[in-house]
Design a protein. Structure first.
Length: 270
């Protein structure tokens, strides 16, 4: 029997993290590297590598690959490069996404004049990219009889954003969380269940990890109002996400598939 601590290890495995150079991507990339995996951080060509990943890139645990993850042709090319340099992919983290943080400088809109093109682009990046990458990597995992896919959702897959959290922001029109964001994350959770049931017999597990509001320099008034809505009384710290991601990506969750793991401090519990 494998010791419990060893079931969280990823030595000898290769992981792909889409949106790997953005806000949350480095969190997933680092925890996978620290568990022993070789990690491919995928982002748009030319996207700058954050300082937080410099040490991992320097010691060879992480390599950066450029691709448009909404394009099957681009993902196919990237997959060949990843497998040539790092080996067959065992873990896929579908993290690429478009969000709109509540900032005073954010571009705002009314619901009546919201650009349909912006709505569609959010669906393409947040949902279509996960489907395309799962097509490419998940199908290969199924052929080999094992693999883990983790789709990064959001608490807004389950509940609607509360516009009162943003009323203090000096914007005209008032700041609204884009409607496509929650819609795309809800679609991603349902896609998770679809892929889990489809590939389960082939040994591929597919789960969703849905963070709550992640601490990221938001203004004090927003944090105060948000924290009042959270049973644990605080926003999600980056380290709060590490254990849940590692659990879903590793053998520690070998009998878990088709679930949405909410890491939201209890926000959606009431």
């Amino acid at each position: 029997m494998i010791a419990l601590a060893d079931r969280f290890r990823l030595d000898g495995r290769t992981a792909v993290v889409t949106g790997g150079l953005g806000r949350l991507g480095p969190i997933w990339a680092r925890v996978l590297c620290e568990a022993g995996a070789r990690v491919a951080a995928v982002d748009l060509p030319g996207f700058p590598v954050p300082n937080s990943l410099a040490d991992l890139q320097g010691d060879g645990a992480l390599e950066v690959f450029g691709a448009d993850v909404t394009s099957r042709e681009s993902v196919d090319r990237m997959a060949v490069e990843v497998e040539e340099r790092l080996g067959e992919v065992d873990i896929l983290v579908n993290n690429a996404g478009i969000d709109a943080p509540p900032e005073a400088t954010a571009r705002t809109f009314t619901l009546a004049d919201h650009d349909a093109g912006v709505f569609l682009r959010t669906l393409q990046v947040n949902v279509l990219s996960a489907f395309v990458c799962s097509q490419v990597f998940g199908s290969r995992m199924a052929q080999r009889g094992h693999g883990a896919i983790v789709n990064i959702g959001s608490l807004y897959a389950s509940v609607s954003p509360d516009a009162r959290l943003y009323e203090h922001l000096p914007a005209d029109p008032p700041f609204l969380k884009p409607p496509a964001y929650g819609a795309s994350k809800a679609a991603l959770v349902n896609l998770t269940r679809y892929l889990a049931t489809h590939w389960g017999p082939a040994g591929v597990r597919v789960n969703a990890l849905s963070p709550g509001g992640v601490e990221g320099g938001q203004d004090p008034e927003f944090k105060r109002k948000f924290n009042e809505r959270v049973p644990l009384g605080r926003m999600c710290a980056p380290e709060d996400l590490e254990g849940p991601l590692l659990f879903l990506a590793s053998g520690a969750s070998s009998y878990v598939t088709g679930v949405e793991l909410l890491v939201d401090g209890g926000f959606t519990a009431w």
